[in-house]
Design a protein around this ligand. Structure first.
Ligand SMILES: Nc1ncnc2c1ncn2[C@@H]1O[C@H](COP(=O)(O)OP(=O)(O)OP(=O)(O)O)[C@@H](O)[C@H]1O
Ligand SMILES: [Mg+2]
Length: 270
């Protein structure tokens, strides 16, 4: 399954968020205000906010052409970590390497090339444009690319091919409101694959679907992996996905607490 070459690597990645402190702190600042006036208020207000480390020293490798599943309880830091892998969010500490190059040292052009050319993203709630039909939604990432005018025919052919792959050739002109949840997610997957990313990051791709439709979406992702070589990182609550993936990482309280290489992938163990 995996080609043993590292595509993405997170090294001791951490993310802090500032959150409002406990009630006793708020009481402290109120009492501070009462006793010492505005000076006291300011002094104790600084304690109103405290950083919370929601991703805590996570190191993880994503190999070429593998399916990596990340599970864990709600609030474990899975989505935050995934956003950092896709460079939609910056780590507070630590580094992410793409083909051994630190994302932190990339120029803004390199970074936007990475986001546009190398990463695709699939969300739980599809995020399709409601006024565009299925074909137009899939073509959208190409429409904003500089090459669109010159290559519009190629892009259209690829969009049609992908919509066929996801079984929606008969729904090209349907808008999202005329599609079922599973169909909308299939459009979203085709859209994410239009520019042939090297890695597809999926955040609960089946989280909003019934079990049967969810399984079909998974079958589709696994089928697509057979068609085009690509790595997948799938954040999920679904144990079935975790079982079918090549590798399964469990996160808890911002940390990785377990990593399992599935039996069938051990032959190509890195
Ligand atoms: N923008 C933010 N500001 C402050 N705290 C945040 C922010 N985003 C997430 N958090 C907190 O970070 C923690 C991890 O959130 P995250 O969304 O990564 O969890 P998750 O594992 O994806 O959970 P779920 O399975 O429910 O989607 C949570 O406690 C959340 O409240
Ligand atoms: Mg999440």
């Amino acid at each position: 399954m995996s080609d043993n070459k590292i595509l993405l690597e997170a090294i001791d990645v951490e993310k802090d968020y500032f959150s409002v402190m406990r009630v006793d702190a708020s009481l402290r600042h109120r009492i501070g205000h009462k006793l010492f006036g505005w000076l006291g208020f300011l002094r104790y207000s600084t304690k109103l906010w405290e950083p919370r480390t929601v991703v805590n020293k996570v190191s993880m490798k994503v190999y070429e052409n593998e399916i990596l599943a990340i599970t864990g309880r709600s609030g474990a830091g899975k989505s935050t970590f995934l956003h950092m892998l896709g460079t939609f969010d910056r780590p507070t500490r630590g580094d992410i390497l793409f083909r051994e190059k630190s994302i932190a040292t990339m120029t803004s052009t390199e970074l936007s090339d990475f986001r546009n050319d190398s990463v695709g993203y699939v969300f739980q709630f599809y995020h399709l444009f409601k006024d565009l039909n299925a074909l137009e939604n899939v073509l959208l990432p190409a429409m904003v690319s500089a090459d669109y005018g010159r290559k519009s025919k190629d892009f259209r052919n690829r969009a049609l091919h992908l919509l066929e792959q996801v079984g929606l050739s008969h729904r090209l002109t349907h808008t999202p409101s005329q599609l079922s949840g599973g169909e909308q997610q299939r459009v979203a997957i085709a859209r994410a694959l239009l520019l042939e990313p090297e890695i597809l990051l999926c955040d609960e791709p089946t989280g909003n679907l019934d079990q049967e439709t969810g399984e079909k979406i998974l079958d589709l992702l696994f089928h697509l992996r057979e068609q085009e070589s690509r790595s997948y990182v799938i954040v999920t609550h679904d144990e079935e996905v975790a079982k079918r993936a090549d590798r399964h990482v469990i996160m808890q309280d911002g940390k990785v607490i377990s990593e399992t290489l599935q039996e069938r992938s051990k032959a190509s163990e890195p």
